[in-house]
Design a binder for this molecule. Structure first.
Ligand code: 13P
Ligand code: SF4
Length: 308
């Protein structure tokens, strides 16, 4: 039994050294997890970082599709996901069965999957994108139409940005946090409190909110925008964890979550104590079928090459 949080944090530091481990964390993680991480970023930054890790162990503080991706990119390393029940409900919409059905119905149309998808689904795609790379990569494919899933709002955002027809796969896939908690009502409420604030929004948010945004981008693109925009106050239309990171990076700016109750409960399942336990026991390990992992790696590398 640990007596205080400092003891837990010190033990994590000690075990990280002993195990030759790195902690990668997503921008929505709890503040105390962000603070002990070696690297914090959005999905694209985390994928790129995972490609260049030289430690023996990766502890992934995020949801399972992210940990799976780190494991696929590092077949010879131990990848730990401190709480395997931390999934992403959005990822579950694009099942392999749904993708196969859409491919049959739309032969010869490229299939692009959002990184928020399961490994078993990714291997059926031609490309995998993140919210920061979707528009650029889809434009570079050079076709008039693509199949894209599972996030319907991101699909709509890409169509609006690029003019390319995006067939949503399936038509009803949405992130519950963004769809229901980053809504028009909470935007109006936040603007009543902070009328001068710039509104930055994640593309997973519904249309009514995206339409009123000053900037739309991935979590790290939103952070960059806070630093670069000539304004003092910002409303962040995404999961509330990003506000902690923005305030830490830019202490001179005022940052408010669009809705402080917009919490991704799965992201918050990772705690320092769970990270410590997994470093102690070297489990739970992310175990991916070798062939599936190899194919996911190929697709991610091919997709990253398209962005160069
Ligand atoms: P980012 O890639 O923008 O960090 O998004 C990940 C995510 O899960 C958004 O809900
Ligand atoms: Fe998935 Fe939404 Fe949570 Fe992001 S915020 S991990 S899309 S449930």
């Amino acid at each position: 039994m640990y007596r205080n949080t400092k003891e837990i944090l010190d033990k994590i530091t000690e075990l990280k050294r002993k195990r030759r481990a790195i902690i990668l964390a997503h921008n929505y993680q709890l503040p105390e997890v962000q603070d002990i991480a070696d690297f914090v970023g959005d999905s694209l930054e985390l994928a790129k970082k995972a490609l260049n890790v030289d430690t023996d162990v990766i502890v992934f503080a995020g949801v399972s599709f992210m940990a799976e991706m780190a494991a696929a990119l590092n077949p010879d390393k131990i990848v730990l996901h401190p709480d395997p029940s931390a999934g992403c409900p959005l990822a579950d919409y694009a099942t392999p069965e749904v993708i196969k059905k859409y491919k049959e119905e739309h032969p010869n149309i490229p299939v692009v999957l959002y990184v928020n998808s399961l490994a078993a689904s990714k291997i059926l795609a031609d490309y995998v994108v993140t919210s920061s790379s979707a528009s650029k990569l889809i434009q570079r494919i050079g076709k008039d139409e693509v199949l894209f899933g599972p996030d319907r709002n991101l699909a709509d955002h890409v169509t609006k940005r690029t003019g390319i027809k995006v067939i949503p796969l399936p038509p009803y896939g949405r992130c519950p946090v963004h769809q229901y908690l980053i809504d028009e009502y909470h935007l109006i409420k936040a603007l009543e409190k902070h009328p001068k604030a710039k509104v930055l929004v994640h593309p997973e948010a519904p249309l009514e909110v995206r339409e009123r945004a000053d900037f739309i981008g991935s979590t790290s693109q939103m952070l960059k925008a806070v630093g670069e925009m000539n304004a003092e106050e910002f409303i962040l239309g995404t999961e509330e964890g990003l506000s902690y990171r923005a305030r830490k990076l830019y202490p001179n700016k005022k940052v408010y979550p669009l809705n402080p109750r917009a919490i991704c409960i799965d992201m918050k399942k990772i705690t320092p104590l769970k990270i410590l336990r997994s470093l102690e026991a070297l489990k739970p390990k992310v175990v991916l079928d070798k062939e599936v992992g190899k194919k996911v790696k190929e697709i991610i590398e091919r997709s990253l090459d398209m962005l160069r």
